[in-house]
Design a protein around this ligand. Structure first.
Ligand code: XIL
Length: 368
C-alpha cells in the first residue's frame, strides 16, 4: 500500500504538476500529519504582516470568529463596508456604520484596517447610473474620495484606491474595464482618483488591486501586459501610486506562470512600487473531493504562487479573503458539483489551521 506521503505527492504531481522534494516545506507538510506539527508562530513573529478579510455577521455574533482573527492576523480588510454599495444608498447619504465597526474592532485589537475600495465597477448603487456628464462624474468621484478617506485619515493607512481596472480579456494593452467612471471620464478617472486620494491623506499608501495576473495562458499574459502599461503610464506622469495588490484568487485547476509572475513583480519593483497580496484564496471547485488531499493541493497552489512572488521581491503584506472555510465568497461563484463545501481558506470550518496556513507561515515568518 502507498504511504500517505506517496499518495499526496503523486496527486500533487498529477493535479498541480508540482513535485515536492523531501527537503522542501511542502515535503515536510506532506510527511507530517496536522496533529504532529508544531504550533504556529504568533502574528508578531511573522516578518510579513498577515491578515484576512472580515465578514460582518460573524464579526458581530461569533466569539470564535473574532478570536481566530485576533489570534492569526495583524491586518484586516472588510469584505464589504467601504464599497460604494454599502456607503452610498443614495446620492446624499453616506452610511459609515459597517466600516466604523470594523475599524473599532481593528483598533481595539491592535490590527491595521486596509481600505477596500474607492473605484470599482462592481457593487455600485443604482443611482450612480444616472451620472450623466464628465463634470458630474468628476464631482461625484472626487467628493466620495474626499469624504470617505477624509473620515478615516491617519487611521486607514493603505487603500485599494482602484480595484480591477483591467478587463478579463483585454483587447489591447490600453484596454480599461467599463464602469460609469470609464464611460464618463475615460482612463483619466484613474489618475483623478489617485490624485484626490493623495491630497486627502498624503500619508496613505495608494494601491491598484487586480486579479488573474498569475496564471499560465495568453489571456493572463495580456492582463499582465495591460496592467504594466497602465502602471508605467501613471508613474511616467508622476501620478501618486505606491503599490500593486495581487488579489490572488488562485484556481486549483490553473497553473501559475512562475516566470511571468516573477517578471511582473520585478517590473513593479523597478518602478519603485510595493507588491502586496490582498485577497488570497484557492478556488477548489475542480479539485478532487477528499478533504485531506484537497487541502494539500490548495496549499501547493498557494506555495507555487508565493514562491514566484518571493523569487522577485518580498510582498509588504499578505491577506487572505476570509480566514475560515465557514465564511468564504468562493461558493457564491464556484460551488462544487458534488455538493461538498469549498475549502479555499487557511482555517477549516472549526477554525483549525490547514496546510495553507503552514504555507503562509513559511513565507511570512522570514528565516527561523
Ligand atoms: C466580494 C465579497 O467577498 C462578497 O461578500 C461580496 O458580496 C462581493 O464581493 N474581488 C474583490 C472583492 O475585489 O471585493 C470581492 O469581494 C471578491 C473579488
Amino acid at each position: 500500500m502507498l504511504s500517505r506521503r506517496e499518495t499526496l505527492s503523486t496527486a500533487l504531481k498529477a493535479v498541480c504538476g508540482i513535485s515536492a522534494s523531501v527537503a522542501s516545506p511542502l515535503g515536510t507538510l506532506l510527511a507530517t500529519p496536522a496533529a504532529a506539527q508544531p504550533p504556529l508562530r504568533s502574528p508578531a513573529e511573522w516578518t510579513i504582516p498577515f491578515g484576512a478579510a472580515l465578514r460582518d455577521g460573524p464579526l458581530a455574533d461569533e466569539p470564535d470568529y473574532r478570536a481566530a482573527i485576533v489570534k492569526h492576523c495583524r491586518q484586516v480588510v472588510g469584505e464589504g463596508g467601504l464599497k460604494w454599495f454599502d456607503l452610498r444608498p443614495s446620492r446624499e447619504r453616506f452610511v459609515f456604520d459597517q466600516a466604523d465597526k470594523q475599524l473599532n474592532f481593528a483598533t481595539g485589537n491592535g490590527l491595521e484596517l486596509r481600505g477596500h475600495t474607492l473605484v470599482w465597477y462592481g457593487a455600485m448603487p443604482d443611482w450612480t447610473k444616472t451620472i450623466a456628464s464628465a463634470a458630474e462624474a468628476e464631482r461625484e468621484l472626487v467628493g466620495h474620495i474626499e469624504t470617505v478617506m477624509g473620515r478615516y485619515r491617519g487611521r486607514i493607512k493603505s487603500w485599494d484606491v482602484i480595484n480591477e481596472p483591467i478587463p478579463d480579456d483585454p483587447a489591447s494593452r490600453s484596454d480599461i474595464r467599463p464602469s460609469i467612471w470609464q464611460q464618463r471620464l475615460g482612463e483619466s478617472h484613474i489618475a483623478l482618483a489617485l490624485r484626490a486620494a493623495a491630497r486627502t491623506d498624503p500619508a496613505a499608501k495608494l494601491i491598484i488591486n487586480e486579479y488573474d495576473i498569475e496564471f499560465v495562458g495568453d489571456r493572463f499574459r495580456r492582463k499582465r501586459d495591460a496592467m504594466l502599461r497602465l502602471v508605467r503610464d501613471l508613474k511616467l506622469r508622476n501620478v501618486p501610486l505606491h503599490g500593486i495588490g495581487l488579489q490572488g484568487h488562485l484556481r486549483g485547476d490553473l497553473a501559475i506562470d512562475r516566470e511571468g509572475l516573477s517578471a511582473f513583480v520585478s517590473e513593479m519593483r523597478a518602478l519603485g512600487l510595493e507588491v502586496l497580496v490582498t485577497e488570497l484564496d484557492v478556488v477548489d471547485d475542480r479539485l478532487p473531493a477528499p478533504p485531506e488531499l484537497r487541502d494539500m493541493l490548495v496549499a501547493a497552489r498557494a506555495y507555487e504562487f508565493l514562491q514566484a512572488i518571493h523569487a522577485a521581491a518580498r510582498p509588504t503584506a499578505v491577506l487572505t479573503w476570509g480566514i475560515t472555510d465557514k465564511y468564504s465568497w468562493v461558493p457564491l461563484w464556484f460551488k462544487r458539483g458534488d455538493g461538498q463545501p469549498n475549502r479555499p481558506l487557511p482555517l477549516d470550518e472549526a477554525y483549525r489551521p490547514k496546510p495553507l496556513m503552514r504555507v503562509l507561515e513559511h513565507f511570512g515568518q522570514g528565516p527561523r
